[in-house]
Design a protein around this ligand. Structure first.
Ligand code: MG
Ligand code: MG
Length: 263
């Protein structure tokens, strides 16, 4: 996590962050169009990188601390930070696709967990609840609240469904660096932590496990997996703290269009 002070962004900086966040949404929609059994995460990565570069941006993750790819692709019990590979996705898999871009000096960072073909009802439910956790957490990002309110909202909803909330990985401030302060945990207590101010830009990203909350790191030095081997889901939005109502900079609308999701 980057050190330094928590930044409050100007409206012109927020415009740039919004543009980057929207490009991530467009990129994830290109990925959404391709998700099916037989496609590999390497295939998805190539399409994403080309799309990002064709739109005047660069992949935000590639080369970040040595990460080798444009996307983090985390299948089934992999939580986050999976490296794309040539293995074909299988019917019934889920895959978290996390994407970052850097455009005109500002980052966008958003993630969506996709279903590959027909997925077991219990796993489908995990995805639904994790997205609800994201929505609940995002809604707390208003002036006067604290970081702990965001985590509390996420944790309360996840644990009410019996799921495990990953502790070791957190959301973060977003701006001219991919990871800025403050850390944004997906668990917490109401009224605790840093006070939110108008213009703070946060990436909020619940990682919710079907089973226990514990995770392990795999031998590739990147991939985080559930300790119990059960599936995990991950959704991420970039938001601006505002007075009264949060502004969500990223969007899933093009992803949902591509998937035919009715909201
Ligand atoms: Mg991300
Ligand atoms: Mg992030």
């Amino acid at each position: 996590m980057a050190r330094g002070r928590i930044q409050v962004r100007t409206e012109s900086e927020i415009d740039l962050l919004r543009a980057s966040s929207l490009l991530v949404g467009r990129t994830l929609a290109e990925v959404a169009k391709l998700i099916r059994p037989g496609v590999s995460t390497e295939d998805l990565d190539q399409v994403a990188e080309t799309f990002i570069r064709d739109h005047g941006a660069v992949p935000g993750f590639k080369g970040y601390n040595g990460f080798p790819a444009t996307l983090c692709t985390s299948v089934n019990h992999h939580v986050v930070h999976g490296i794309p590979n040539g293995d074909p996705l299988q019917e019934g898999d889920i895959v978290s696709v996390d994407c970052g871009v850097l455009m005109e000096g500002y980052y966008g960072d958003s993630a969506y967990t996709f279903m590959v073909g027909e997925v077991k009802p219990e796993v489908r439910r995990l995805l639904e609840v994790t997205q609800e956790c994201l929505d609940d957490a995002v809604a707390e990002a208003i002036v006067g609240n604290r970081i702990g309110d965001i985590g509390w909202a996420c944790q309360a909803h996840a644990e009410a469904s019996g799921y495990g909330v990953v502790r070791e990985l957190v959301g973060h401030g977003l701006g001219t660096h991919l990871h800025e302060p403050p850390e944004v945990p997906n668990y917490g207590r109401r009224g605790n932590g840093v006070k939110l101010q108008a213009g703070m830009v946060l990436a909020i990203e619940p990682m919710i496990n079907l089973g226990r909350k514990e995770v392990v790191q795999e031998d590739d030095g990147w991939t985080i997996a559930t300790a119990d081997g059960l599936p995990s889901a991950h959704f991420e939005h970039d938001v601006v703290v505002r007075e009264g109502k949060v502004e969500v900079l990223s969007t899933f609308k093009w992803i949902e269009e591509a998937l035919g999701v009715v909201r």
